[in-house]
Design a protein around this ligand. Structure first.
Ligand code: DGY
Length: 321
């Protein structure tokens, strides 16, 4: 029987490519920038499986082009870039890479929270720019983390991993989620509360909510107004869960104290974006899961899903919605 064809939409480590080459012919867009749309369509037309990234828009056009397409393996836990409904209609399996990135993403989320609270980037830049003239009582003074109240919006696996870290900082943990999580409440001492209560009570509001039609612009003017003046907002999920104009206004007018964003509405965020002019914003270039072990594990899991799916077995992490 002829070997199937797998197309990888971005450069991934050779070790993972070799794994796939054992069972398939493999094509790859050998660059660290997204595969151009016409190339993606051309490859989708021939592929049995696509190995995709969060930056690829796998919409109805791509899925329908794929006459032989059996599986799309997204190298991410999020899959808002894939038209799941059409994939289901066409009988195309879609997989993601949960669990293997949870701890790394929680590390980054907590690092961003701490960097924002204690103004690490602003302080370091001031030093580089020769603006550190002397120690002084309130120079670069930030907010405390230890003992404060953390509000997690979206208590999935990453949320729980963030909460575990917060326990070490003696934080009170509030959460809001589509479903209550009695397990997390018991294990982590987390308290479920309404979205509004969380916004009003938390010192740190951390968004880990996946992007869905319900969560688009979940954080807008009203939500920032409800937060404390000393609140810090962290977004490590998806840019469009935040209304960026509303966030800009809230930061500029000091309605909230600061924000840390790992994700943006448009990525890469345009360098002249108004948010980037604010000293009380810590921006990062979508690196939540970017530890070497986590990224390797994600790539390996995506490859394993392809190998299982193409050999007629159930992929390890099939999205079943
Ligand atoms: C994910 O896995 O969804 C991340 O955003 C990509 O690193």
């Amino acid at each position: 029987m002829a070997k199937p064809y797998v197309f990888i939409t971005m450069q991934i480590p050779n070790e993972i490519v070799s794994l796939l080459e054992k069972v398939a012919h493999v094509g790859m867009w050998e660059a660290d920038i997204p595969c151009p749309r016409d190339k993606l369509l051309e490859e989708a037309a021939k592929a049995d499986a696509l190995f995709t990234m969060v930056v690829d828009r796998i919409d109805e056009e791509v899925l329908r082009t794929g006459q032989n397409l059996k599986l799309v393996a997204n190298m991410a836990v999020g899959y808002d870039n894939i038209d799941l409904k059409t994939a289901k209609q066409l009988g195309i399996m879609v997989t993601n890479t949960p669990d293997v990135l949870s701890e790394a993403t929680a590390d980054l989320t907590f690092a961003l929270l701490m960097a924002t609270a204690r103004r690490l980037v602003e302080a370091s830049l001031a030093l580089y720019e020769g603006k550190w003239t002397s120690w002084s009582p309130m120079y670069m003074a930030g907010q405390d983390v230890y003992g404060k109240t953390l509000g997690i919006v979206g208590m999935g696996r990453i949320g729980e991993a963030v909460a575990r870290r917060a326990k070490g900082f003696d934080m009170e943990i509030l959460y809001h989620n589509r479903h209550r999580k009695p397990d997390a409440e018991e294990k982590l001492g987390a308290t479920y509360c309404s979205f509004e209560q969380l916004l009003q009570q938390a010192d740190f509001v951390v968004s880990l909510a996946p992007l869905t039609p319900e969560t688009r612009h979940l954080f807008g003017r009203r939500e920032f107004e409800l937060m404390k003046k000393t609140a810090i907002f962290i977004n490590a999920s998806r840019g469009p869960v935040v209304d960026e104009d509303a966030l800009y206004h809230a930061l500029k007018e000091k309605q909230i104290w600061a924000a840390g964003l790992d994700v943006f509405q448009q990525e890469p965020v345009p360098i002249d974006h108004p948010l980037l002019t604010l000293p009380n914003l810590v921006p990062l270039p979508h690196i939540g899961s970017a530890s070497i072990p986590a990224r390797m594990a994600m790539a390996r899991l995506a490859a394993e899903n392809i190998m299982l799916g193409l050999s007629g077995q159930k992929p390890k992490t099939l999205i079943d919605e």
